[in-house]
Design a protein around this ligand. Structure first.
Ligand SMILES: Cc1cc2nc3c(=O)[nH]c(=O)nc-3n(C[C@H](O)[C@H](O)[C@H](O)COP(=O)(O)O)c2cc1C
Length: 329
């Protein structure tokens, strides 16, 4: 098995990518996922219009820490000039690549023609991609869905045209825009793109991969070059380690104990407040912590405390109490 390369970026064999996720894949979460073996990371999507207007919050999303490389900055927008300009601004932040989002299904984004909305205007999608590729020196990649709906042009008909623009990899989420997150991902078309003899850029499959079994099936059955994992990593950044263990040894990794999860939660918490300060760092990462401990018996009260506290010592104390109370879990 050969290592995956996206342009000149060397990535692992059977690589697992952390999906870009708004309000989730910030620097502290990326840091933790990297520790557990995520091979490629992406920022949350950044609105091109906000970047060119120099909006502070969007600018901070461009910040990348050295240990997380390789990392991509993801951009979205409906206006070609704004996207080109934003790509140039993103390039100055020195990510390893720039990813274009043609997959976001959210109404206010997609119906304005950005994100998955671009799947309703393929000529514009191709033109935008080409102009961005031509405007920056960094590799450009695309992340999209199967199509807008079941009737519209599908990714197997679009992939070659996207490749012709000069993009260096293509990620496909196996749902249509109209499916939003409902139903299950259909990987058949992802496999069809991957097995098209005219496609030579890496194809990254995405959708509903939750564990090692899923990942092995997707690699073996569809031959994708990498698998991207989104929701399964929320509240469980160690999913990358679990999957890698399964891919290597063909059996499940011993589940983490509660004390081990507490150590991860503390690290995540401290990183979040180091980066964003209090209380913001905590507000923006606390949803993960209660998910870390999902399924523990009699956890309701502690969960509430975890979600409402804003004081560092208090939060660390709650985490210590979890460790003591559930040390045998
Ligand atoms: C909370 C949340 C935020 C997301 N934000 C983005 C985003 O910013 N950019 C993007 O391309 N996809 C985004 N997605 C889609 C994911 O990247 C991924 O394609 C989707 O969740 C399917 O993969 P999964 O089944 O592994 O979760 C988001 C998904 C979720 C659940």
């Amino acid at each position: 098995m050969k290592k995956l390369k996206i342009d000149n970026i060397e990535i692992a064999e059977n690589p697992l990518f952390l999906a870009p996720m708004e309000d989730i894949t910030d620097r502290s979460f990326r840091y933790i996922c990297k520790e557990f073996g995520a091979d490629m990371l992406y920022t949350e999507f950044v609105a091109s219009e906000a970047l060119i207007r120099d909006i502070y919050k969007s600018k901070t999303k461009l910040i990348i820490d050295k240990p997380e490389r390789p990392v991509g900055i993801q951009l979205y927008g409906h206006n070609i000039d704004a996207m080109v300009e934003a790509a140039k601004i993103a390039e100055e932040a020195k990510p390893d690549l720039i990813d274009i989002n043609y997959g976001c299904p959210v109404r206010k984004i997609a119906t304005r023609g950005a994100g998955a909305g671009m799947l309703r205007d393929i000529p514009k999608m191709i033109e935008m991609t080409k102009q961005i590729v031509d405007a920056v020196k960094l590799p450009v990649t695309v992340k999209t869905r199967l199509s807008w709906d079941h009737e519209s042009t599908k990714i197997d008909e679009i992939a070659e045209r996207l490749q012709d623009t000069g993009i260096k990899a293509l990620t496909i989420h196996g749902r249509t825009r109209n499916q939003l997150y409902k139903g299950t991902s259909d990987w058949t078309l992802i496999g069809k793109v991957k097995n098209n003899p005219n496609i030579f850029i890496p194809i990254i499959g995405n959708g509903d991969v939750k564990n090692g079994r899923d990942a092995r099936e997707k690699f073996e059955r569809y031959g994708v070059d990498a698998i991207m994992i989104g929701r399964a990593a929320i509240g469980k950044p160690w999913v990358f380690k679990e999957i890698k263990h399964y891919l290597e040894f063909g059996e499940e990794m011993t589940p983490l104990t509660v004390p081990e999860k507490v150590q991860i939660a503390k690290k995540h918490f401290l990183k979040a407040i180091e980066i964003k300060g209090l209380p913001r760092g905590y507000y923006e990462s606390r949803r993960h912590f209660s998910l870390y401990f999902k399924g523990l018996p009699h956890f309701k009260e502690t969960r509430l405390k975890l979600l409402t506290s804003v004081n560092t010592d208090e939060i660390l104390e709650i985490l210590n109490n979890i460790e003591n109370t559930y040390k045998d879990f």
